[in-house]
Design a protein. Structure first.
Lengths: 120, 317
């Protein structure tokens, strides 16, 4: 997949996770990689960039398991940005689905039509 | 693991990222390695999870603080220049993250300049029907938000001789500066960008911001409607002939060395602090927001209405 495109989607995924709760870096990466195939080297820079742009802020909290953890918390600006990205994504992906489902969702039907045209 | 961290450090250095940022990034990675270890991941698994140091550095390089010694110089581009025949114009500008500065000039033409590292692209600049229009690349398409205008500065030069009817500037996170203009209707919207205006003559001003701060300095207005969520507002050495309407959720408002006929405050928890602020009339509607005014001179300020849960109005002279 195109790297920039992928980055945009991951940005939205990171925002979607942090809109619900504060989390520390490792956990964010873990939660994302459970569903999509990404590694830390894609997610970490995005976390850092969004923090620099004041969409997230960080704070340190003691943990029971060892060293204190750096948590990321979404700011109001981050929330506004999240809404915006989400809207863009919905509009974009909605359009994509309309295009790819023009001929229905069944591959057999599409194949039948294609085959027929091919034979003509 | 030592090798990984060392490689990462070197990769970041190669990208000219500043020492402070490098330490911060290394610390974050040490933390993540510790977390992974405590979850029982093997060294090999951790390294796969972390990815290649060069790729991490690559992903960080385009926005981290650089060692200034090697920073590329911004260059100035003239995007467009327009000869103006008429005596009054409209201005409509829509930016995303670009800083914008409006300047009055002696020349007869409008110029739109841009300072950036790279050649700016995707901007629509036009002057038709006496309206100057500048539009940053649209953010409505999903992919386009990736090409942000971070670090781009716009300078818009407008001839002194021109009167401005309608002036509209909207922006997401870019700041805007406006100095010395004569405007009939001023309208500004920002999400997080700051607004700084000074020495203006305005008939009607209206602005809206989510978290940006607004400063109005040394200006004369007929009326002002200011609406903010969490950004702060500063009104300094200004005169408002008619009314000033202040709407805020949690942002505070500071009014200093200024006067108005009436001042209406609508606030959730934001406070108004006045110093040498002389409105004739004042009204407050708030949950917990207060109005506190400290004046040297004793002038009557009529309290028109007060509807508040725990807020109060204090006027000290």
């Amino acid at each position: 997949m195109n790297a920039q495109f992928k980055r945009g989607i991951i940005e939205l995924c990171v925002l979607s996770i942090l809109v619900e709760k504060d989390l520390y870096g490792y956990r964010i990466i873990h939660e994302l990689s459970e569903f999509i195939d990404v590694s830390e080297n894609t997610i970490y820079p995005i976390l850092r960039r969004l923090t620099k742009e004041s969409y997230f802020e960080t704070y340190v909290q003691e943990s029971n398991e060892g060293a204190p953890r750096k948590y990321y918390r979404m700011t109001e600006e981050g929330f506004v940005y999240y809404l915006k990205l989400r809207e863009e994504w919905d509009a974009f992906i909605g359009g994509v689905y309309r295009i790819i489902n023009q001929g229905g969702k069944k591959n057999e039907d599409i194949f039948k039509r294609f085959k027929k045209r091919f034979e003509e | 693991m030592k090798t990984f961290l060392n490689d990462l450090r070197n990769a970041l250095k190669n990208k000219n990222i500043s020492a402070i940022e490098i330490e911060d990034i290394i610390k974050d990675h040490e933390d993540m390695i510790e977390e992974a270890k405590s979850e029982g991941l093997s060294e090999e698994e951790i390294l796969t999870k972390l990815g290649k140091p060069e790729e991490i550095a690559e992903g960080l390089a385009d926005f981290e603080e650089k060692d200034t010694s090697t920073e590329t110089q911004k260059t100035q581009h003239i995007l467009k220049e327009f000869e103006v025949q008429s005596t009054s114009i409209d201005v409509s500008v829509s930016m995303s993250t670009e800083t914008t500065e409006y300047k009055l000039v002696d020349s007869k033409s409008i110029r739109v300049l841009c300072r950036s590292n790279k050649e700016p692209s995707g901007y629509e600049v036009s002057f038709k029907n006496d309206t100057l229009k500048v539009e940053a690349p649209k953010l409505t398409q999903f992919l386009s938000f990736l090409s942000r205008g971070k670090g781009i500065e716009f300078i818009i030069e407008i001839p002194k001789s021109l009167a401005i009817n309608h002036f509209k500037h909207s922006t997401l996170s870019g700041d805007v500066h406006l100095d010395g203009f004569n405007i009939k209707h001023l309208e500004m919207n920002t999400v997080s960008g700051d607004i700084k205006v000074s020495k203006l003559e305005i008939t009607e001003a209206q602005w809206y911001t989510v978290s940006g701060d607004i400063t109005l300095d040394k200006s004369r207005l007929s009326s002002l409607k200011s609406s903010q969520v969490s950004g702060d507002l500063f009104v300094l050495s200004s005169a408002i002939e008619e009314y000033i309407d202040l709407d805020t959720v949690s942002g505070d408002m500071y009014l200093e060395d200024s006067k108005a006929d009436s001042c209406k405050v609508n606030s959730v928890s934001g406070d108004v602090r006045g110093k040498e602020f002389y409105p004739n009339k004042i009204s407050l509607s708030s949950i917990s927001g207060n109005i506190n005014i400290k004046n040297q001179e004793k002038r009557h300020i009529e309290i028109i209405s007060r509807s508040t849960l725990s807020g109060s109005i204090h006027i000290h002279t």
